[in-house]
Ligand binder design. Structure first.
Ligand SMILES: C[S@@+](CC[C@H](N)C(=O)[O-])C[C@H]1O[C@@H](n2cnc3c(N)ncnc32)[C@H](O)[C@@H]1O
Length: 211
């Protein structure tokens, strides 16, 4: 034993680290794509909707959505922070869309999710993946959620997948008029580094008629 650390202790720490790293790599390279494909399929889209992806980054969800919208449009907004996602550029996202043969159905804007550059009730579907938690303050996160609801059409659905704080998202969104909000875990495929970092989905449905 050196410096009070035993060999079995070191081996256990190395194993935990390796498992967390493998889980993170699996989620970012494959798991989240499988989960989001299932979530989008579960919406039974007609194919002509206008969908907004908030904090789209390089376009993981945006591309999956555009492929399901042959007569619609997938719109992404982001601030392109390289701290939150490597190689994060508007041009990279548009290039990915062209390479996938869906360039005409994808539109991206530089915008802060706390102040979305769209009129009220613009989108039938809104998605957001691992993005809202990047805003440091609770007030800022609530501003982003309020904006998501503002630009969602009556009868529309928003799917917000995130790590941590999703109970607070649910509480805040449930207080806004005309919303039905559900929350559930997305399973091991979407662990952001092991079971201690699960991703949770907050689903918000906006009533068709707003009083
Ligand atoms: C972890 S990445 C996730 C990207 C993508 N949604 C995905 O699942 O691959 C988080 C993204 O949120 C963006 N972001 C962070 N704060 C933002 C803000 N205030 N407004 C818009 N985008 C923001 C970052 O630039 C980054 O692209």
């Amino acid at each position: 034993m050196a410096f009070g650390v035993s060999l079995p202790g070191l081996a256990a720490a190395a194993l935990i680290f390796a498992l967390a790293a493998s889980s993170y790599l699996y989620t970012t390279r494959r798991g989240k794509f499988i989960v989001w494909a299932g979530l989008l399929d579960g919406l039974a889209l007609r194919g002509d909707e206008r969908l907004l992806d908030v904090g789209c980054g390089r376009g993981a969800v945006l591309m999956l959505a555009a492929k399901r919208l042959p007569r619609g449009q997938a719109v992404g907004i982001d601030l392109w922070s390289s701290k939150d996602q490597s190689g994060n550029h508007q041009e990279a996202t548009l290039r990915n869309a062209k390479l996938e043969g869906i360039g005409e159905r994808v539109e991206v804007h530089t915008a802060d999710m706390r102040k979305l550059p769209f009129p009220d009730r613009s989108f039938e579907v809104i998605t957001s993946s691992l993005a809202v938690h990047n805003i440091a303050s609770a007030r800022g996160r609530e501003a982003a959620l309020a904006e998501i609801l503002r630009v969602l059409k009556p009868g529309g659905t928003a799917l917000i997948a995130d790590i941590g704080r999703t109970a607070a998202y649910q509480r805040y969104l449930s207080r806004l008029p005309g919303t039905t909000v559900e929350r559930r875990r997305l399973g091991w495929r979407f662990w952001a580094g092991g079971p201690q970092m699960p991703t949770t989905l907050v689903t918000v449905r906006r009533a068709r008629t707003l009083d």
